[in-house]
Design a protein around this ligand. Structure first.
Ligand code: ZN
Length: 83
């Protein structure tokens, strides 16, 4: 029995929020990223620093299901800090 689309998206969103919260981000509600033909994923943005996290319930082989700056960097950090 396969996981329903809604359950899959919810599970990925919860995992993404937990990962972002671990890095002290305060994430917004997820919003769907789509065009007329397909859904690309669901985005959430940190209310404090603006980093984002995206979940992709159907990643291509070279993509990941959870990604974005907010799961890789601590809140307030930036790519250029210290360089
Ligand atoms: Zn943040």
């Amino acid at each position: 029995m396969s996981e329903s689309e809604t359950n899959l998206v919810t599970r990925l969103e919860v995992e993404a929020l937990e990962a972002a919260r671990f890095r002290n981000h305060r994430m917004s509600m997820f919003t769907m990223v789509s065009n007329d033909y397909r859904v690309y994923g669901y985005d959430s943005t940190c209310l404090d620093c603006g980093m984002d996290v995206r979940v992709n319930p159907h990643p291509a082989p070279n993509q990941i299901d959870i990604g974005g700056e907010a799961v890789a960097l601590n809140c307030g950090d930036s790519f250029t800090q210290g360089n």
